[in-house]
Design a protein. Structure first.
Length: 318
């Protein structure tokens, strides 16, 4: 419990059956289904159904703890109404609850067979009307931007905020929808006044919006890079297809290089060998320097080149 939280000393302590929650923090005005499987918690629900259908819900520190002791359960929780309870064939219970008000545990009455506590209501300090109006407008505006960037929150949530004029209810409603760790949500639940809760929520949203905007920019850059890679892959595939249609471009240089070896081994006299080498080098230059020749010329280049072509320049295709 935070130091600045004020319990209502004038309100009487009320005894409630209590269910410790593993992985959720319940806020007032929040409607949520819970699946309960631990024997102590099921007994607490049965007791609550027999005594006004109100139950005290408090988060436990460690979700993996099957039998949390009082020191491992948060002191501040929420009094809730049980709207519906259904016992399932596997022995677990599905219960629909609606948060009503915040309260703090004063003492544990029973922890052996079930959980039972005495709790007292938590004060909410009033806010001056003009300040409340400005604070509500600022927080709602920031939350709208947060929802646009955060894909985990349905836009319909914004509609539910339009008619809320109570600062405490607004703070609890927004806090319930923020994607925060349970420890951070518990901290919001424990803050003493709606002004503190709204200001704290505003700070969280501003920080989260900065992070979400960075994340959005990163996603945009990654998407562009992927699109660029896909385009390059597509163009490369097109080039391969064109080359296959025109013929293998590497065959011509290989043929000409092979001719150089054949010239050396042909046993020509000196003048014939000189002319053959000149024609072989000329053919090689033409292939290297004219990548954009027409398809008809390409077809001619791909005709087999012989020693006769090189030694008789007039018959050369080049």
């Amino acid at each position: 419990m935070t130091d600045d939280m004020k319990t209502d000393t004038q309100s009487p302590q009320v005894r409630y059956a209590m269910v410790p929650l593993r992985d959720v923090v319940i806020f007032p005005h929040m409607v949520i289904p819970l699946f309960v499987g631990r024997e102590k918690s099921i007994r607490a629900l049965d007791d609550a159904m027999e005594s006004g259908k109100q139950i005290f819900l408090a988060a436990q520190h460690d979700a993996a703890d099957d039998d949390p002791s009082p020191e491992h359960i948060y002191e501040v929780g929420t009094v809730a109404n049980i709207l519906q309870l259904l016992k399932l064939p596997d022995g677990t219970v599905k219960v629909l609850v609606e948060g009503i008000s915040r309260a703090a545990i004063v003492r544990y009455v029973q922890t052996e067979e079930t959980y039972e506590v005495d709790a007292v209501a938590v004060n909410d300090e009033p806010i001056e009307e003009r300040e409340a109006e400005v604070l509500i407008r600022t927080v709602v505006s920031e939350f709208e931007q947060y929802v646009k960037l955060n894909q985990k929150i349905p836009p319909e949530v914004l509609t539910s905020l339009s008619g809320i004029e109570d600062t405490g209810r607004l703070a609890d409603t927004i806090a319930a929808h923020l994607t925060l760790r349970n420890e951070e949500k518990q901290k919001i639940l424990e803050l003493g006044s709606s002004r503190q809760r709204l200001e704290h929520i505003l700070g969280i949203m501003e920080s989260e919006i900065d992070l979400l905007q960075v994340e959005k920019r990163i996603r945009g850059r990654v998407k562009k890079q992927m699109e660029k890679s896909q385009r390059e892959y597509y163009l490369n595939e097109q080039m391969k297809a064109i080359q296959n249609e025109l013929g293998d471009m590497e065959d011509v240089p290989n043929e000409i290089d092979d001719l150089a070896n054949k010239i050396e081994k042909a046993g020509m006299h000196k003048e014939a060998k000189r002319k053959a080498r000149l024609e072989q080098r000329r053919a090689k230059r033409i292939v290297q320097n004219k990548p954009d020749r027409s398809q008809d010329k390409m077809h001619d280049i791909h005709k087999p080149i012989t020693l006769e072509d090189l030694t008789n320049p007039d018959k050369s295709q080049f």
